[in-house]
Design a protein around this ligand. Structure first.
Ligand code: NCD
Length: 304
C-alpha cells in the first residue's frame, strides 16, 4: 500500500506514466467512468480549499466512485481534541483512500503512518502540495510539449508557498532547468529548499525583486498569492500583499509563447484583463489537475 506525501516519492518514470494516463482519460473519458465503482474517497480538509477538495471529489465521481468527508476542522472531532492518528485509523474503516489537507506540516505523513489505506497529502502548512505539482507538471507538458530545457520564473510568496516548494523539487530532476526566483526580500525561498534541492542538484537559479527585468527570459511564469494565513502579523501581510500585480504592461517584453500559471486562488496577483490573453493557463491548470488526480487515484488503488 502506497501513499503520496512528497512529490519526490514518485519517480520521473511514474510521473510520466501518470501523465500518460491523464492524456488517455482526456481522450477516452468513457473508458474510465466505472473504474472506481464501489470505492470511496475520504476528503479530510482541516484547512479551507475550493479547488483541491472539489477536484479530488470530481475526480472520484468521474471514476464512478463515491466521496465522504469534511471541509473544515470545526465540523470534525479534531475540534474535540482527536489526534490526526486516531482520525486516520477511524477513516480507514470507512473509505479506500484519503486526501488530507492540514495547517500543520507533517500531519498527512502522520496520518499515512496510522492509516491502513493510502493517504494523499492535499497540502500541509507551508510545506508541500504534491498533487498541485502533478497538475503543474502536466500543464507545462501539455502547453510547452516538454519538461526539460525551460526557464521558469516563480513570483510572489516563495517563503510560504507550498506549491512552489513542491514544484521546484519536481523540476530539479529534469535536464536544462533554470529557475528565476522573484520575490520581496522578506518572502524569499527558504534556505532548506535552496540548499536541499537547488544547490544539491546543481540547478542554475537567480534571485531578484524585479519581475519586469527578467520577464523576457521566461518560458513559464508561476505567480503565487501572498499566504496571509501563514503570517505572524497582519501589518506585514498588508505591506507585502500587492508586491507583484501582473498586468498587460508588465507583459510587454514577455515571450509570445510564455505560459502563465497560478495555483489559485488569485487575490490581486494577476489582473483579470490577463485572463483573455492566450498565454494565461491558470484555468486550464485547474482542469488538468482533475485528470492528474484521477490518474493518481487509479495508481494508488492499483486499478489498471
Ligand atoms: C494553493 C494551496 O492551497 O497551497 N491552492 C491550491 O491548492 N490550488 C495555493 C494557495 O492557497 O495560494
Amino acid at each position: 500500500m502506497r501513499s503520496l506525501i512528497d512529490i519526490l516519492e514518485l519517480s520521473v518514470g511514474e510521473i510520466d506514466a501518470l501523465m500518460g494516463t491523464a492524456d488517455d482519460i482526456i481522450a477516452n473519458p468513457q473508458k474510465y467512468s466505472e473504474k472506481c465503482r464501489g470505492k470511496k474517497l475520504a476528503t479530510l480538509f482541516f484547512e479551507p480549499s475550493t479547488r483541491t477538495r472539489l477536484s479530488f471529489e470530481a475526480a472520484m465521481y468521474e471514476l464512478g466512485g463515491n466521496v465522504l468527508g469534511f471541509s473544515e476542522a470545526q465540523s470534525s472531532s479534531a475540534s474535540k481534541g482527536e489526534s490526526v492518528a486516531d482520525t486516520a485509523k477511524t477513516v480507514s474503516c470507512y473509505a479506500d483512500i484519503i486526501a488530507m489537507r492540514h495547517p500543520k506540516e507533517g500531519a498527512p505523513l502522520v496520518a499515512s503512518m496510522n492509516a491502513s489505506i493510502p493517504v494523499v497529502n492535499a497540502g500541509d502548512g507551508g510545506h508541500n502540495h504534491p498533487t498541485q505539482t502533478l497538475a503543474d507538471l502536466f500543464t507545462i507538458k501539455r502547453e510547452k510539449g516538454r519538461l526539460n530545457n525551460l526557464t521558469i520564473g516563480f513570483c510572489g510568496d516563495l517563503m510560504f508557498g507550498r506549491t512552489v516548494h513542491s514544484l521546484i523539487a519536481a523540476l530539479s530532476r529534469y535536464e536544462g532547468i533554470r529557475i528565476v526566483l522573484i520575490s520581496p526580500v522578506e518572502l524569499k525561498l527558504p534556505g532548506y529548499v535552496k540548499s536541499g534541492i537547488l544547490d544539491k542538484n546543481n540547478i542554475e537559479y537567480v534571485e531578484t525583486t524585479d519581475l519586469e527585468s527578467v520577464m523576457p527570459e521566461l518560458d513559464v511564469l508561476y505567480m503565487t498569492r501572498v499566504q496571509r494565513e501563514r503570517f505572524f502579523s497582519e501589518e506585514e501581510y498588508l505591506r507585502l500583499k500587492d508586491s507583484y500585480i501582473l498586468n498587460e504592461s508588465k507583459l510587454t517584453n514577455a515571450k509570445s509563447d510564455l505560459v502563465i500559471m497560478h495555483p489559485l486562488p488569485r487575490v490581486n496577483e494577476i489582473s483579470v484583463g490577463i485572463d483573455k490573453d492566450p498565454r494565461a493557463c491558470y484555468f486550464k491548470q485547474v482542469l488538468y489537475a482533475k485528470y492528474m488526480r484521477m490518474a493518481l487515484i487509479l495508481m494508488l488503488l492499483n486499478i489498471q
